[in-house]
Design a protein around this ligand. Structure first.
Ligand code: H2U
Length: 332
């Protein structure tokens, strides 16, 4: 949440592009794919069979990045080579039994099932691990391995870098202001309105002031909520509704299934020192000019600092102005 970035000239976004164009994947229109590892009743890559589930389905990742036992890893405490063993659990969460039903195409009631599954998983894994990272990689260009709507959960015995930085920044702010940074920030954004995308009774969606991806957004509850497990019934309902609105608008920008990586950040578990935290979700979509041209974080961005091709105010207006009716539902 801190740092510097450049906002280049207004002509930057119109520069000629003869570079990489992403192929458009065929939209998945089949509710069941017999070759899909995630569809109900099918065999997964490890030969285990999925149950004939409806709604959401969670299973332990067959190819986990973090293992529950890392006793064969030797820690290194030397000055230049510091390492320590990481332990954890990785799970996959199928958002629907329907192969073709992305979150953007679900109604708020169906999205709410995903929200309650996220909450249940966080509550369960948070009893063992301080950090439970819930995320979704959507779309081939974000490295998603399967079009069946799904996300992942990685729980770990350590706080990864991004939440660790957020923890420190929010703590520093709280020490001085005695109020959560993100709630103060949201109050200012709500007054300014220029970066707000949409809101309802208990949630707001906005393009953050510091956004680096063209259509980056954040979801923030309007009232103090430290962890996803703390959401009350009306906040869960409103979250499902605002996700529905945001994701339909996202798909409508380029009339395509909008790719992104998204995930939840909230107070770490197994600690009581959490007054400074405010729950929020980050959405990082890569598309920029069209359904086939994405933003690359390269060159100056890798070697200098992030620069933006469109302003966050313009991005917010573009998202905000999209219809709430999914482009596939509109009459020709
Ligand atoms: P991504 O699409 O974001 O890569 O997530 C899919 C995850 O599903 C991935 O981590 C797991 C992969 O390891 N997976 C299984 O656990 N079993 C399977 O049969 C297929 C994929």
């Amino acid at each position: 949440m801190t740092g510097q970035w450049l906002l280049l000239s207004p002509h930057r976004g119109n520069r000629p592009w003869q570079g990489r164009q992403e192929p458009l994947p065929d939209p998945d229109s089949t509710p069941y794919d017999p070759s899909c590892y995630l569809c109900p009743g099918n065999l997964r890559a490890n030969e285990e069979r999925n149950p004939a589930y409806t709604g959401t389905f969670v299973f332990d990742n067959d190819f986990p990045a973090i293992l529950a036992d890392s006793s064969d890893t030797v820690p290194d405490h030397s000055e230049l080579f510091q390492s320590r063993p990481a332990t954890g659990t990785c799970r996959v969460i199928c958002f629907s039994h329907r192969h073709d039903l992305t979150l953007a195409r679900m109604n708020a009631t169906q999205i709410q099932q995903v929200v309650t599954t996220w909450m249940k998983q966080a509550g369960e894994l948070g009893q063992t691990y301080p950090w439970v990272q819930i995320f979704e990689n959507k779309g081939e260009i974000m490295g998603c391995s399967n079009p069946h709507p799904h996300g992942q959960i990685w729980a770990s015995n350590f706080l990864p870098q991004e939440p660790d930085a957020e923890d420190r920044c929010q703590k520093d702010y709280f020490k001085t202001h005695h109020h959560p940074l993100l709630l103060d920030y949201l109050e200012k954004e709500a007054a300014l309105k220029e970066r707000m995308v949409c809101e309802n009774g208990t949630w707001a969606a906005l393009v953050p002031y510091w956004a680096v991806w063209p259509f980056e957004t954040m979801l923030i509850p309007k009232h103090p909520v430290q962890r996803i497990t703390d959401l009350d019934t009306s906040q869960q309902k409103d979250l499902s509704q605002i996700m529905n609105t945001l994701l339909v608008k996202y798909d409508n920008i380029f009339s395509t299934s909008f790719a992104y990586s998204m995930g939840w950040h909230g107070a770490p578990f197994l600690t009581g020192d959490t007054d400074h935290w405010q729950l929020h979700a980050h959405y990082y979509p890569p598309l920029f000019r069209s359904a086939t041209v994405k933003k690359f974080m390269v060159g100056y961005e890798m070697l200098g600092c992030a620069q933006r091709d469109i302003t966050p105010e313009t991005a917010a207006r573009i998202i905000r102005d999209q219809s709430d009716c999914h482009y596939t539902q509109r009459e020709a």
